[in-house]
Design a protein around this ligand. Structure first.
Ligand SMILES: *Cc1c(COP(=O)(O)O)cnc(C)c1O
Length: 402
């Protein structure tokens, strides 16, 4: 990235994330915590967040697909990694060789694992559709899936490990029905001779509010990023800390007269002589255009409304007679403790959920990590243990690994 590009930054507070993972994993006990780092850790950056999760109470990781799981393995992560969305060209052999846990929804996926002929048998988690109607076997297809998995397990092609599902988060009653469907599916499978070492169902919502759904493991996602899965409670109410702060500098200011139109369509006009500040973030960076007329940002200790349409690369803020200069920090959303909007506030401005606000932050926004303590400690330990080899270009690093 060019040094001359405006500093569009998503500051990721790993200490806040660790706090959240510790809070959630303690809540879930004795159930284990699997941390969902799919979609590049909800826009926060997959590898650093995966490491921080494993440092603070998570014992396994969830990603969507096999390629993402392989990136984590390549980064040196040895914890269990679970991937559940596969198309017919999925890299089942590579997944098996890398010891990736596979969510399995259909017999053809087991056949494809067998056809891949990997040296290792991957652990499989059989998925029953308990009402969400995405993947997962239907009640009718479930016995066939279980029988096929048992046969492949006997042949040493897979290791049958878990049964699982995912909730619709529609209502407590719907979720209770789904839990009951999972239990019935497990009973059907056991009658066919299956034994599951693990059952899992809950994500953030049920993991927090439905203790009976925690089973052996909770797959926490959004709550770990400090965003509430509920409409009636904020992340802060739940004792969680927002992890991402989205910010950029003011790139220019100008003084304009009353009645001056701003941005495409001139849908906003100044009510008096005023100062305009230009901010280099737009919908290509994830700022939802639909928040035009509602979105607020924080500059020099104050909140201001965005003036006029949010464009692809920029938006304008009307700061009235306040002193704002190029280089001043504009916070679009952050932890909220200084008075800045949160991602949850932006979800309100844009009629969506906080998950979408953070996950849509674009590739042009640089991720900057605060509190990368463990990595720094490891580097320090490495430096201390290998001070004699310090001039050696770092080659002994791999030798010191156990
Ligand atoms: C995204 C996802 C999760 C995490 O969900 P949150 O609501 O973000 O906690 C868990 N399990 C599956 C299958 C998912 O797709």
């Amino acid at each position: 990235m060019s040094d001359a590009a405006p500093r569009r930054e998503a500051v990721i507070d790993l200490d806040a994330f660790r706090h959240n993972v510790r809070t959630l994993s303690a809540l879930a006990l004795p159930a284990e915590t699997m941390l969902a780092v799919k979609a590049d850790a909800y826009g926060h950056g997959m590898v650093p967040l995966a490491r921080a999760a494993l440092e603070s109470g998570a014992t396994s990781l969830a990603v969507l697909d096999i390629p993402a799981a392989l990136v984590l393995r390549d980064a040196g992560i040895t914890a269990p990694i679970f991937a559940w969305m596969h198309d017919p060209d999925a890299l089942f052999g590579a997944a098996a060789d890398a010891d990736i846990d596979l969510g399995i929804s259909a017999v053809w996926q087991l056949d494809a694992i067998a056809a891949a002929g990997a040296a290792r048998a991957p652990r499989v988690h059989l998925k029953i559709d308990t009402g969400l109607s995405r993947n997962g076997a239907t009640e009718e297809d479930w016995p066939g899936l279980v029988s096929a998995a048992l046969e492949y397990d006997r042949r040493g092609v897979v290791r049958l490990h878990a049964a699982w599902s995912h909730l619709a988060d529609a209502s407590p009653e719907d979720d209770a029905v789904a839990l009951d469907r999972l239990r019935r599916a497990v009973a059907v499978a056991e009658d066919l001779g299956a034994h599951f070492e693990l059952l899992h169902l809950a994500a953030s919502s049920a993991g927090i509010r439905m203790p009976e759904a925690r089973l052996g493991l909770v797959r926490f996602g959004i709550a770990a990023y400090g965003i509430s899965p509920f409409d009636d409670a904020s992340g802060r109410d739940l004792g969680l800390r927002p992890v991402m702060t989205l910010r950029a500098p003011v790139v220019s200011t100008k003084r304009v007269p009353a009645g001056h139109g701003i941005s495409y369509g001139l849908v906003y006009r100044t009510s008096a002589e005023s100062t305009l500040a230009l901010v280099p973030l737009g919908y290509a960076d994830g700022i939802p255009r639909i928040a035009t007329g509602r979105g607020q940002v924080w500059i020099n200790g104050r909140r201001y409304p965005i003036a006029g349409r949010i464009a692809m690369d920029q938006f304008v803020v009307d700061v009235g007679d306040d002193e704002v200069a190029p280089g001043d920090e504009v916070v679009v959303f952050g932890e909220g403790d200084r008075g800045e909007p949160t991602a949850e506030d932006w979800a309100g401005y844009a009629e969506t959920i906080g998950d979408e606000i953070v996950a849509r932050v674009g590739a042009r926004v640089e991720r900057v990590y605060l509190g990368a303590r463990e990595a720094a400690d490891a580097a320090d330990a490495g430096a201390a243990g290998e001070s004699a080899a310090e001039t050696d270009g770092g080659t002994p690093a791999t030798e010191s690994a156990p």
